[in-house]
Ligand binder design. Structure first.
Ligand SMILES: Cc1ncc(COP(=O)(O)O)c(C=O)c1O
Length: 378
């Protein structure tokens, strides 16, 4: 059947950080003004206040604000003593940043498959991949669904390796009531503008229950300084969360729960509306609370569906268009102990639908109608 639709002038975006920010415009403007007046622009009271608020929000002993989510991973690994030549097990199906961070410290990625239901790292594959050079596992809570932390923790303990959580997409997610970012040695967060808690620029944080580890990260974000101008720790960087972003994030953190609840309601509406379509929709494992950073469906006719949705004014995405093992700069020198068959299948089928905290009912309804209508032509 030919797909006859009008040219699109009014899109439903995939994400819309401006809509979230507009809903708090006056509070955000006041927060930025207070930084300007405070005359303390780097690692001042706003960063400290946000670190405390973030740690409290997930029940961690502390948090350290850094420049980006990628830096949070880099610093967490360095702070845990991982370095050149050490192996780090991570999923190939993730944001390239996870694997880029491993490469930035000259460690060796060990790429494993993901679980087909949750899209998160497959615990059995991790167990089988552990060898004598493995020093850490990175559990990516992909799309906002928590990875199988109890099993991963048991594997990490058994092999005496460190468990890191990549929480970039999962702020507000939990497993058996326990928020992500508190299960392993470190929780690594990103405040990239489209994230569930997004800055108006870059930002990241490392959370942990280990005070000595937090002190190391704190020193390493400023050149390895333990006291001003005295570089004591090796591998120091310059990676600081800035005061303006911290002030913005403190304001927005208060709305995170509401926005995440909205994401959950949008996901429920999608799931119900698409139940009779040939799509695999995301689900939550028992005990898991999904943060729905992304709403990723699987379709055997993904490419045609993508085109049909574009024709109907719906922005979609592929998260991610290439797994790490298909990207030359990420795969070079990596160890791939077993076939990545789930990852390869997902690559052909995944499609992200619009999902954001400020999504209106009209945008949800338009997306649902378009997905249903598109199935007449795909
Ligand atoms: C899973 C994952 N890890 C790490 C990152 C890196 O975060 P950032 O862009 O803040 O460096 C991102 C976001 O881009 C991500 O989605």
């Amino acid at each position: 059947m030919r797909d006859l639709v009008q040219p699109v002038t009014d899109w439903v975006p995939l994400a819309d950080p401006r809509a979230d920010n507009r809903s708090l415009r006056s509070e955000l403007a006041a927060a930025v003004a207070s930084v300007i007046e405070g005359n303390n622009y780097i690692l001042g009271p706003q960063v400290s206040a946000f670190e405390t608020a973030l740690a409290t929000s997930i029940g961690a002993a502390g948090a350290v604000g850094v420049g980006t989510g990628t830096d949070a991973l880099v610093l967490a690994m360095l702070g845990a003593g991982i370095g050149a030549g050490d192996e780090v097990v991570a999923p190939s199906h993730t944001a390239g940043a996870t694997i880029a961070a491993i490469r930035m410290i000259n460690a060796v990625p060990v790429l494993v498959d993901v679980d087909a239901q949750t899209f998160c790292i497959d615990a059995e594959a991790v167990d089988a991949a552990i060898g004598p050079r493995v020093k850490a596992i990175i559990a990516v809570h992909l799309y906002g669904h928590p990875a199988d932390l109890p099993r991963l923790n048991a594997i990490a303990d058994r092999h005496n390796v460190v468990l890191m959580e990549d929480c970039a997409q999962a702020q507000g997610a939990s497993l058996d009531g326990r928020p992500v970012g508190t299960a392993g040695q470190a929780g690594c967060f990103s405040f990239y503008p489209t994230k569930n808690l997004g800055a108006i620029g870059d930002g990241g944080a490392v959370t942990s229950d280990d005070p000595e580890f937090l002190a190391r990260i704190r020193a390493m974000r400023t050149y390895g300084w333990k006291k001003a101008q005295y570089a004591e720790l090796p591998n120091g960087r310059c990676s600081r969360l800035d005061e303006v972003q911290a002030a913005i994030l403190s304001v927005k953190l208060a709305s995170l729960k509401t926005w995440n609840e909205r994401r959950g309601r949008v996901a429920a509406a999608y799931g119900q509306a698409f139940a009779d379509l040939p799509l695999i929709c995301p689900t939550e494992r028992p005990g898991a609370r999904h943060a729905y950073h992304l709403y990723v469906v699987r379709s055997a006719k993904r490419d045609a569906l993508e085109v049909a949705l574009r024709a109907r004014g719906i922005r979609t995405g592929r998260h991610y268009p290439w797994p790490a093992h298909a990207q030359p700069a990420l795969v070079e020198g990596a160890r791939i102990p077993a076939p990545l068959s789930v990852t390869d299948t997902l690559q052909r089928e995944i499609l992200s639908l619009p999902m954001f905290g400020a999504m209106t009912d009209a945008q949800v309804e338009r997306t649902i109608a378009a997905v249903r209508d598109a199935h007449r032509v795909v």
